[in-house]
Design a protein around this ligand. Structure first.
Ligand code: AMP
Length: 122
């Protein structure tokens, strides 16, 4: 899928619209989700133009991959969520119900998050 630089996260990266920033390094930006689904809900996005985790994994440089994952750890430390527990997830494509076509990890914490997803036989 071709990257569209008019998506909302591209606009945040360019500074065209504001965000509630939590952390930033050379390769990633983390900010609070505008419609939090848990008491702590932060999005981590790479600064490069990648639609999803698939493109990011396939096309990003080693420095981008490392810088992004280091940012995830730094956000967990910044938020102090590791001890009580947290969850990261990334929606991708149609079945994943991805809404914003710029790769992002959701970092969820601040309460017991229950089971991962509804099991297929329920
Ligand atoms: P996804 O379905 O994984 O693509 O989720 C996109 C997420 O982006 C949703 O949780 C939205 O609430 C969040 N979101 C959309 N616009 C903004 C924004 N301007 N600032 C922060 N979060 C946003």
């Amino acid at each position: 899928m071709a990257y569209n630089d008019q998506n909302i996260f591209a606009k945040i990266l360019r500074g065209d619209i504001p965000c509630d920033k939590v952390y930033e390094n050379d390769y990633a930006l983390a900010f609070r989700d505008i419609a939090p689904q848990t008491p702590v809900h932060v999005l981590v996005i790479p600064k490069g133009p990648y639609v999803s985790y698939v493109e990011f994994s396939e096309q990003a440089s080693d420095a981008e991959l490392a810088g992004f994952m280091r940012a995830v750890g730094a956000v967990a430390a910044e938020l102090g969520i590791a001890e009580a527990g947290s969850r990261i997830l990334s929606n991708q494509g149609e079945d994943g119900n991805q809404e914003v076509p710029h790769f992002h990890l959701h970092m969820l914490a601040g309460k017991n998050l229950g089971r991962m997803i509804k099991p297929i036989d329920e």
